[in-house]
Design a protein around this ligand. Sequence first.
Ligand code: CA
Ligand code: CA
Length: 274
Amino acid sequence: MKSALHLSIAMCSCATALAQAPSVQITSDVRETYAQAYGFDWEYDDGTEVAHVGPNSAAEWIDVDGVTLTDWWSIEVGAASFYSESHLGTARIDGLFDCSASTAGNHFQEDASSRASFDVDFTVPALGVRYAFDGEADSSYGYNTANVRLRHVESGSNVLVVTGDHGGSDSLQDRVGWLPAGTYELRSEGEAMAYGNHDYTETQSAHVEFELRLYEPGDPDLDGSVTYADMLAYKNAWKSGSATADVDGNGTVDLSDSHAFELAWRAGFGAQSN
Ligand SMILES: [Ca+2]
Ligand SMILES: [Ca+2]
């Protein structure tokens, strides 16, 4: 049965070809930032905030802002700031979010927070795509959140999860695999929330950084071109039953995976030779 993998090498007349950018489509893009600081005391009750919404479907968005609040007597209340940087493309989607918030301890009640959120949906075409992912998230202990998650909508399964909420720290490095056809939700959030009063102050932070790189499904060695080396790499992985040969992501390695890969590999050559 495994000899089926040999067929496609003989059937393809091309020696090598550069891979096209995979034809994923961004279908929804909501990126937002927010910072606020408020305080309350005998003769003071006020605050300030700033909120931004990123340009829909723009490839790049960098947003740096924040608030610093003092009361009517110029006594410090609190501060919050964010740095948000993200990129959307068919070959790369990434984000970097840093949020911080602090209170000064000069009032009966103080709070400050900052937030950066990233909600992007995209679709993967019929043959799927190959991916590589790096991500990390961490936050200081408290109500803070820092996370990133990639979910395949049709199956309801989380493909990638990095969670550094509430003082946690997490990372996924050099993670590779296939994304089968369908709709995907990529969600990330960083939020820092600080509280304070006359006896208590806080300084809080959240950090998230991730990069999802997308490749032609016929390019399992991820060098940007579909060559015989990719077929050989896949064949070896498939023969050994390695999870890296599980193209459809159903947890088993069988002929349906090798057939799916052969289709993708041939399509990678064909797209370039036309
Ligand atoms: Ca390759
Ligand atoms: Ca499979």
